[in-house]
Design a protein around this ligand. Structure first.
Ligand code: URA
Length: 317
């Protein structure tokens, strides 16, 4: 089957599609020994020999999806120019290169999805897909019904009016209160700015749901592989949104129903390495793992314990 060159490179797990496009334009990619600089070029992976910087692409690695409970005090990027801790410091044992799907602020915590499936990640982040994200937040003061209505309808921020949101009061705590807010966009500091705009600064923010995924009781600083069911739910979400086109209806403001807790949390929460992992941060594996291993089924009987993550031991959390 003929596939676009940048997709073949991205699917190999070597780089994102955008990076692969850069490499192609830079003349670093050859097909059957010829440099190819045209982005539309299609190749047949069965027959054509694709090389980057003179080296063959590895066999296509299995798709990997994992969920991390990011603690505050960690950058949600894979590296940080200021040498602060990043989520990379929490991913010991992940043998394939994964990318975070979206961001959380340094002082925010909660559910982060990571995957090596660049296209799916991009689709989940695209504003057109309106993937619901739910945050449990502690705010200063107690919101009135009018303020909640305002947030739900959309508030004016400096980068435009926000889309419909869904706000649920959770409880009041002395001078402050807890809320759950579901939004469908992913603007920078969006939840904090929304709450600030109605006069209730955010004190604490935890992402508890992302599309069909729920954080459940995954401990802070820990990750786990998604179950097949969860990974398929993500794929289905993208397929469904694609099929639905670009329209956005008000009913979308309600959070989509997360998978039942049992399905999400039932299997092996403790992190464990992929069977193909040759080194914790290697971008290469010794060979593709069976798909089912990468997505949560057929786990080895001995999960990687909390204690085996040196950072967790040190923090003692
Ligand atoms: N909104 C914010 O303000 N911060 C986050 O980290 C996520 C959403």
């Amino acid at each position: 089957m003929e596939i676009r060159l940048q997709k073949v490179i991205a699917d190999s797990g070597l780089a994102s599609r955008r990076k692969a496009e850069e490499w192609i334009v830079q003349g670093r990619v050859t097909v059957n020994g010829q440099v190819v600089r045209e982005l539309g070029t299609k190749v047949d992976t069965e027959k054509d020999h694709v090389k980057v910087d003179g080296r063959h692409l590895k066999a296509v690695p299995p798709s990997v999806f994992l969920m991390l409970n990011k603690p505050k005090g960690y950058m949600s990027s894979l590296s940080d120019p200021a040498s602060r801790l990043t989520i990379m410091d929490l991913l010991d044992g992940v043998g394939l290169r994964v990318f975070p799907v979206g961001r959380l602020d340094f002082d925010s915590e909660g559910l982060m999805l990571l995957t090596n499936q660049g296209e799916l990640a991009q689709a989940l982040l695209h504003p057109r897909y309106h993937v619901p994200k739910t945050y449990l937040i502690k705010v200063k003061g107690v919101l009135t019904d009018e303020e909640i209505e305002l947030l739900e309808k959309g508030v004016d921020l400096e980068d435009g009016r926000t889309g419909p949101a869904f706000v649920k009061k959770i409880r009041k705590a002395q001078e402050n209160s807890w809320l759950e807010i579901t939004i469908h966009e992913g603007r920078k500091h969006q939840v904090k700015r929304m709450l600030e705009s109605v006069g209730h600064p955010v004190i604490k923010l935890t992402r508890v749901r992302f599309g069909p995924l729920s954080l459940g009781d995954l401990a802070r600083g820990q990750y786990r592989y998604l179950t097949d069911r969860e990974a398929n739910a993500l794929r289905a979400l993208v397929r469904e949104r694609l099929a639905r086109g670009e329209g956005f209806e008000a009913k979308d403001a309600k959070p989509s129903r997360p998978l039942p807790r049992r399905a999400v949390q039932g299997r092996g929460r403790a992190p464990r390495p992929l069977p193909t992992a040759s080194s914790p941060r290697s971008t290469r594996s010794s060979g593709p793992a069976p798909r089912r291993m990468a997505e949560g089924r057929g786990r080895p009987s001995r999960p990687l314990s909390r204690g085996s993550n040196p950072r967790m031991r040190r923090r003692g959390s």
